[in-house]
Design a protein around this ligand. Structure first.
Ligand SMILES: NC(=O)c1ccc[n+]([C@@H]2O[C@H](COP(=O)([O-])OP(=O)(O)OC[C@H]3O[C@@H](n4cnc5c(N)ncnc54)[C@H](OP(=O)(O)O)[C@@H]3O)[C@@H](O)[C@H]2O)c1
Length: 284
């Protein structure tokens, strides 16, 4: 069995996931990731099929990714493989979505696009106001009770918001499976702000998003070969210059461990910290 195929628990839900998942944010997203320019549905399908063939069982999407295209692709691709998968999606609490009916409608539309009767992990994407986290947590609990979701989680919640959501669900006898937040070698805030520790204390899986630093931790971007599009504004040439010593060190670590790439080192670092990384894959 390859280390990727080793299963770990998803919080206290009883669901088992691979130590590494795949993020489907770029599947159909034109604005940030440039879908349609450089990669197409066929590339994404190959990324999916190769991931499944390598034993990965956990896929993360959201209703807003590619305005539903990512969920649609995942639904379509899933039908072509026999391996049992754990599918996670997210509800975006836009400020005009205030009611139980709004989140229920969003979930039903996600299920339709995913071609599922019930999703494995349903997450609230952001703790946006004005709806208190407790109201969304109670709605999540309703979905578990109604059989529309096997497990529920949150995303981008700070420690206080996560504890409140966890307590609300606990009163309904349902575990909070996960909190999906940014965590990688260049962004270690969750270590300092108490979130990682709180997840470990409460048995909540910290799902690490952007574990490759949106690509910069792979080492393929340098001051001479910078990023393009929106990402070029997030990672300037001077930033890329500054991180070169880290990239060199990661490559050295990789060499000493059987010829691994910087990207593999970045992902393994997240796993060793007790997080579940979900790197974004656009192609095989
Ligand atoms: N909950 C949230 O608010 C939130 C926010 C962001 C992301 N996420 C989740 O986290 C997932 C991953 O995050 P992310 O896509 O932002 O960033 P990421 O995983 O850190 O980086 C993805 C990028 O890394 C590069 N890459 C991936 N595999 C590679 C490989 N084997 N070799 C070389 N380069 C490779 C690709 O860059 P190029 O495109 O340059 O080739 C790819 O687009 C998303 O798909 C989504 O599921 C969640």
């Amino acid at each position: 069995m390859s280390p990727i195929q080793e299963l770990v628990p998803l919080g206290k839900t009883g669901i088992q996931v691979t130590q590494l998942g795949v993020g489907a944010m770029s599947w159909g997203d034109r604005m940030m990731w440039g879908y349609g320019r450089g990669y197409q549905e066929e590339d994404v399908r190959q990324a999916f099929e190769t991931s499944v063939a390598e034993g990965i069982n956990f896929f993360d999407t959201a209703e807003v990714y590619g305005s539903g295209t990512s969920e649609r692709f995942l639904g379509r691709f899933r039908a072509s493989v026999s391996a049992p998968l754990v599918v996670a999606t997210k509800f975006m609490p836009f400020p005009w979505r205030l009611t139980h009916a709004a989140i229920q409608r969003a979930l039903r539309n996600s299920l339709k696009r995913l071609e599922l009767e019930s999703v494995d992990l349903y997450q609230v994407h952001w703790p946006f106001p004005p709806v208190p986290v407790e109201r969304w947590a109670n709605a999540l609990a309703d979905f578990v009770e109604a059989g529309l979701a096997r497990a529920v989680g949150v995303s981008n919640y700070n420690e206080d918001q996560m504890r409140r959501a966890n307590a609300t669900l606990a009163r309904r006898g349902i575990p909070l499976a996960s909190n999906q937040v940014i965590y990688h070698l260049l962004d270690r805030r969750v270590e300092r702000n108490g979130l990682l520790k709180a997840c470990q204390e409460l048995g909540i899986t910290l799902i690490a998003y952007s574990p490759l630093g949106q690509g910069v931790l792979t080492g393929k971007y340098t001051p001479e070969k910078p990023l393009s599009g929106i990402r070029s504004r997030l990672y300037s040439r001077s930033f890329l210059e500054k991180i070169q010593p880290l990239i060199r060190q990661m490559r050295e670590v990789g060499r000493e461990h059987g010829g691994k790439t910087a990207a593999q080192v970045a992902l393994n670092w997240c796993i060793c910290k007790g997080a579940l990384p979900i790197p974004g894959a656009k192609n095989e």
